[in-house]
Design a binder for this molecule. Structure first.
Ligand SMILES: [Zn+2]
Length: 145
């Protein structure tokens, strides 16, 4: 089905994964979801609506609470990875403080990443109504985004 819709537009459509990594709107794959660059510690502000296609990202009040669960899963995966790596690098089995320090550092460093990407994962792959729409993509491109 997606092959057919791809052929209808005269623009080459960027891939879903690339647009998710870049933090683009899930419907038009053009407008940015966040005000600041994705890996920065600057403003965590998310646009209320897509600047290109006007999609309202928070589809109902409190919708982004669901992103907390995604963020939790991301954090656990990062902590386990970081602690296993710490074990392989240091071989430490005596002191828990090294692991506590590594866990805290990873949590703080990854917080902006987790915050943004938990919402991106939620909107791209856990919200069926936010599907990519080639017609809107084409319209937005013609408007000059
Ligand atoms: Zn959009």
């Amino acid at each position: 089905m997606e092959i057919n819709t791809n052929m209808e537009t005269k623009y080459s459509i960027p891939s879903e994964i690339k647009c998710a990594i870049d933090g683009k709107c899930p419907r038009c794959r053009t407008g940015n979801m966040f005000a600041a660059p994705l890996l920065s510690f600057k403003s965590q502000r998310m646009y209320e609506r897509c600047p290109a296609c006007d999609l309202k990202f928070e589809k109902e009040p409190g919708y982004f609470y669901v992103a907390m669960y995604v963020s939790y899963a991301l954090s656990v995966a990062e902590l386990v990875t970081a602690c296993v790596l710490t074990y392989f690098i240091s071989g430490n089995l005596e002191s828990p403080w090294l692991y506590v320090f590594v866990a805290l550092a990873v949590t703080l460093l990854m917080a902006p990443f987790n915050n943004r990407y938990s919402r991106i994962i939620l909107l791209y792959w856990m919200t069926p109504m936010f599907k990519f729409n080639p017609k809107i993509y084409e319209r937005v491109k013609e408007e000059g985004f």
